[in-house]
Write a protein that binds this ligand. Structure first.
Ligand SMILES: NC(=O)c1ccc[n+]([C@@H]2O[C@H](COP(=O)([O-])OP(=O)(O)OC[C@H]3O[C@@H](n4cnc5c(N)ncnc54)[C@H](OP(=O)(O)O)[C@@H]3O)[C@@H](O)[C@H]2O)c1
Length: 440
């Protein structure tokens, strides 16, 4: 048989341990699929003495010298499941420049500095694969990078963070507030002790950047993504959404557009939004992920599955390991990232959205006209107006609740409208402002 493909595994935590297990349990099948055995040359970790259960691997393979392991001549493929920007960036650039292939699950690094990695891969001639970095087990990046390359993708809308989806699904099902639902997510292991990266949308923004880059053949980094988290979503917001036949999801949205000069652009954003229950993403519950892709010829496609967890993520890592190993044996390299379109990223203020606004207003004649006048001044057209409590906080005596849904308008115009409403005497409070997506 052909000599083995030798792997350096960087990291042996939640994902790394499952990678080791799958390599061991499926070694014969993997060897048959690759055309050579896959062997672990070494495993870099931070703490040598850490209990890793009964991992089927020789203790002597562990090292704290990741760079030394990467540089070894007998290492062909580097699998990085450590996470974070440094030292991972330095390690991977080193490995790629030396001609090794890299498989990584590190969305933060790809969104922060994917360019450096792609350039190093081009320089060294190895492959850079990162299927596990977005939506865990779901085959998504390969379809965007290969299967849909004959088509034109117009929009990608995704639920790509399991923690926030669990929290919002719980709020929807039980009427709980954000804090209570977060507590439940933490108790069940769906949220980390410090949930900031998830609940503030940083994790989803990194994934949005990776998805947009692949979908639109344009380099999009984390800093290009407009980001809002879910910490401000209240039980009253969810009740308002329910009253409209909607639910609230943290969406990542990457869409083509055209600027004032007629040039094609992309907008990439992450924020909570109301979507109708009839939308395929509305039924994505618990910690599941799903990504909805709209393309010219293919039409609508939905990718659904487990977006996190050791074994699901390791499945995606192993798929990449098999692909890059085969390429090495065949002496070929996969097509590199394509950024030829080089579209500019549109500021959030120009993104076209719709708003759902709930107002607690004085209950007297002329109020509706005054409120409508504010929308008109900012050129925002109103789609529907409803009066009533709609699950919102009951107003004081002499107050009424107005629920307004707009047509599509630039986000800046909608924000300015809400700003002016907040300053009106007749508006006691703006109780809820949410974007609306998906035809609600
Ligand atoms: N967990 C998931 O569900 C999931 C899903 C998709 C993608 N990912 C991505 O997969 C990657 C790994 O996630 P994880 O959940 O497996 O993380 P984890 O459980 O925290 O494991 C991290 C591993 O990296 C090692 N490590 C940390 N700093 C190191 C250093 N300076 N030198 C050498 N080793 C070091 C740790 O060593 P010790 O064991 O000695 O501490 C540990 O083995 C991240 O990029 C994450 O975003 C994770």
């Amino acid at each position: 048989m052909t000599s083995p493909v030798r792997l350096a595994l960087l990291g042996c935590g939640t994902v790394g341990q499952e990678v080791v297990r799958l390599l061991h349990e499926q070694s014969a099948d993997l060897a048959a699929r690759v055309g050579a055995p896959l062997e672990i040359a070494g495993i870099a970790v931070r703490r040598l003495g850490r209990d890793r259960g009964d991992l089927p691997v020789d203790e002597s393979l562990f090292t704290t010298d990741a760079l030394g392991l990467i540089k070894r001549d007998d290492v062909d493929v580097v699998v990085e499941v450590v996470g974070g920007i440094e030292p991972a960036r330095g390690w991977l650039v080193e490995a790629l420049r030396a001609g090794k292939s890299v498989v990584t699950a590190n969305k933060a690094l790809l969104a922060e500095d994917g360019v450096a990695l792609h350039e190093a891969a081009a320089e060294g001639g190895g492959d850079l694969y990162y299927e596990a970095s977005v939506a865990g087990a779901i085959p998504l990046l390969r379809p965007l990078r290969e299967s849909l390359h004959g088509d034109r993708i117009n929009r990608v809308t995704g639920i790509v963070n399991g923690t926030t989806n669990f929290i919002l699904s719980a709020m929807d099902a039980t009427g709980a507030g954000f804090a209570e639902a977060l507590e439940e997510a933490t108790a069940l292991g769906y949220a980390e002790a410090d949930p900031t990266a998830d609940v503030e949308g940083f994790d989803a923004a990194a994934k949005a950047a990776i998805l947009a880059s692949l979908a639109f053949h344009t380099r999009v980094g984390a800093a290009d993504v407009h980001r809002e988290g879910i910490t401000e979503v209240t039980a009253a917001d969810m009740a308002s959404a329910q009253a409209m036949g909607c639910t609230i999801k943290l969406l990542c949205i990457a869409a083509r557009g055209v600027d004032a000069g007629g040039r094609e652009t992309v907008s990439v954003r992450v924020h909570p939004a109301m979507i109708p229950r009839s939308h395929p993403l509305a039924s994505v519950g618990d910690a599941f992920n799903a990504v909805f892709v709209e393309a010219d010829a293919a039409g609508q496609l939905m990718f659904y599955g487990r977006g996190a967890g050791g074994a699901p993520t390791a499945s995606a890592v192993l798929g990449d390991v098999v692909a890059v190993s085969r390429n090495r044996l065949a002496g070929v390299r996969a097509a590199s990232e394509s950024a030829y379109a080089d579209l500019s990223v549109r500021p959030m203020g120009e993104a076209l959205t719709r708003y759902h606004v709930s107002l607690d207003v004085a209950d007297r004649p002329g109020v509706l006209a005054a409120v409508a006048g504010v929308f008109a001044r900012h050129d925002v057209s109103i789609a529907t107006v409803r009066q009533g409590s709609a699950g919102g906080a009951p107003g004081r005596d002499g107050d009424a609740e107005l629920v307004i849904v707009t047509h599509v308008a630039p986000d800046a115009a909608l924000a300015a409208t809400v700003g002016e409403l907040r300053g009106l005497d007749i508006v006691r409070s703006v109780t809820s402002v949410l974007r609306v997506e998906g035809g609600a």
